[in-house]
Design a protein. Sequence first.
Lengths: 231, 757
Amino acid sequence: MIRLKNVVKTYADGEGRVYALDDVSLEVEKKDFTVILGPSGSGKSTLVNVMSGLDRCDMGRIFYDDADITKLKEKELVAFRRENVGFVFQAYYLLPDLNVENNIRMGANLVHNEDYDEIVEMLNIKDYLKRMPYQLSGGQQQRVSIARALAKKPKVLFCDEPTGALDETHGKQVLALLQKYQEANPVSIVMVTHNQGISAMANKVVRVNSGKIIEVSENDSVLSAAEVRWS
Amino acid sequence: MGGIWLSMVKRNRLNICGIFVIVFLTVALGVCFTETDQHMNRGLGELQELNLEDFSFFPNVTEEDIADCQGNYWEAAEKKALDLGKVYDFDWEKHEYTVIQDKGIMVRLFPDNRRMDRYKIVEGRRQQENEIMLDYNYAMANRLKTGETFSIGEEDYTISAFIVLPDMVSPIVDDTGKMYDKTTQCLAVVSEEKFKVYEDTESIHTIYSGIFRPSSKKETNAMKRDENFYLFMERDENPQIFSAVNSQINMNRIIMGFSMGILSSIAVLLVLITVSGQIKGEYKNLGVLKALGYTNWELTRKYMSYFFIVGIPALLGYFAGHWLAVPFYGLVFGNFSVPLVSGGVMPGNMLLFVFVPAIFFALAALLWAMFKVRKPALTMIYNEAGGAVHKLAAFRNRKVQKSGYLKGVKSILLFSKAMIFIFVLFSGFALGVQIQFAYTTYNMTSSIKELVLQEYNYENNIRFTEVQSDWTKYQGSLKYLCETVRLKAESGSEYYNLNLYAVGGQNAHMLDLRSKNGTAIDLQQLDGVVINQWMSMKYGLKEGDEITVLLDNEEYLIPVAAVSQSVYGTNLYVGKETAGKLFGLDSEAYNGIFTNDNTVSGDENVLSVTTKTEMGNIIGQSTDVYVILSVLLFVCGLVVGSITLTLSLAGVVQGNRKYISLMKVLGYTEKECNFTVINGYRAVAVIGFAVSIPYTIALCTVMFRMISINSNMAYPTSINIISILCCLLITVGIVEIILWIFRKKLQKVSFREIMEA
């Protein structure tokens, strides 16, 4: 479904340039649960950004099915993101002036989805719909953030350290919800994490270091979120 | 401290730049207006030291008085003046001058013999034999220098000095009715001996000046009523002394008050918003520092650097204003003969305009910061979660409809940032007020000229020295009988000098009196007098009221039949027939004409000629300054309004970057981001403008009314739909330009903002 071909991304750093992604090629299939692992500064977030169309690469190609998103103009890229991808961030990024329901609708509205009750039920946030973000715990806020992402019915869900700010209990809850959703829906999940244990949940594990993919492995069997060894 | 200050400036450079410009402009304008006012007051103060008269008068010399003095009129007049001085306890002096026309120049020549209303030498020294002292304004307008030769007819004089005369602060007209023009008219003083030469060849104009003795009860109203005074005019109501200049001073003060009020409000709001935003941005960090053990004082003392942020532009503004004050004085008060006493840097002004605001804002910022950091460290650290959402925004969350989601979010965002909302609202309001005020001031000047000259369907108003019998030369003219009357105020304690024009019926079209709605007023059909808008405003009169008028010391209760739209002058009009019925005036007696003929040159019977052109010029003289002021206010309004709008909209973008970047990440288009986050503020700015419309109308009405009451002209508030639309267009134009710039800026807000937040 997603194909990265010789992708290069550099950033200016003082007098020279730093390779955030250096000739990266990768494939993600439909309904894959892909985990990208790597130390800080290894380029995993950059990889997600260029894969999702949030950022542009300097060289290389990124295909969604047969469509090359590197050729898209800015407006087309926005439309692509609108129709295809969802995001979950480590810091939730809920809009502080909108209550939970309106935060979720920020996603749902994009695809005119008014039927997000199931997601709300699944994420167990029905009782908080009228609350403001500051009235929620971190775990609750992340669930709202996931609901917002899923309410737009993405084909690919990109999660950048979604459990990074959560303890094990809440982290596992969040992972379980993602896993549950993927079982019921045709969505690919690409998750960036530094938590090695989470890789056991994924059918594909990508290891990144210094802007290069150093290993792509596939798990024959995957663990449930509850079984994950938290690190 | 310097390092902290510099970093603070750097981080808030846009707002600091705004504060800099607005404080600079506010202080510069404030100092300019204030010092101009102070120069004028000092100048007038100096004139008062020249034994300035309390009033001008002329005794009513009767046939009996003349007979008592063996037929000598002037002896009779002086005897009468002496008697009146004893009755009302004042000293008096006879002032004479003659008018000489030579080579296109009109000279009002005075003998150097005064004890009252003494001249002040601005430059040079007192005249000696064959020397002359000229009025300062004429000398400046004609670039004359002392020591040069000035000729009157065959006589050559050396200019010894330039002077001002305290009883000629505003030498509007001479006794021929000729309007003063500093380029062609001159006040001049020669020795008594020299003046005597002209006494034999030229007509001499005489007026008496009086000063109350310290023991006097100053019964001015009784004096106005006393039939022994043919004329009595206090210096404050004398347009040649204080009336016109006081009107200008009042206008100056009101414009200063208005401008300073708006500008200082903007400055206060802007500083508060900047400090508030700064504290908000640093709140969490301050909480962390507090948790580490820093005291409130240590956390907040850097906010005292607002002393410099405000003080530096204030200091620069002070010097700019100080530097501008003298040319501005020339602009506003250039038509008045008042010595310029400019003085140097005034510590009082510097304290008021530099140190007081600098200290005020430094303390305000410090206190505000201390108030905000008074909370426990943990509350501050977690503040983002607590209480950050405005109650109104939380309420509006519940009102978001299923359809029109973005519209609902837009409304939430609008109300969630109360300070930004108020700032944008106020920016639209301030821009609207300033542009409209400038526009109204400009409109006022053109309206005045139009309204005053509208009744002039004639070119010349010719007054004769006495009632004429032969009118064959003036067949095409409109005849009138003009009498000096006094209007008794409602309180019954004050009297005002007015001219009563009893106008004949023939060629009535030459006096085109119209009511406020433009309907023609037919004098001959009315059973009362016609007053103008100024009188209506000044004396609180309207159509149907009755006024008490004194004519030859007889009181008459006269109905006000109509109010004409003219805004200038102290003329009461009445049909000749009605005048006969109301005042018993002779229906065949006429002493003046409104005419298009110009056949009076050299006519000895002519007392004065006022031409339409001259009237236009004198109105122009008094209103031109407002045109310049309106342009100045317009430019200031645009600059300040644009700055405040820019800063407020910058605040919108800055305060909503997170929303914008997140919306972009989710897949919202630029258009949707603009609609949700930015566009709502367009309406807020326009609402601010809409609020400014009634405010400006009310403000201008009150202001112009105040000025009108204290002057001899009604300043019309002429806000109309077209001017409002023009101002709206300007406001919307500025808003759109700024929004366009910020929309462009929005395009640069990237998803990184979220990633890096």
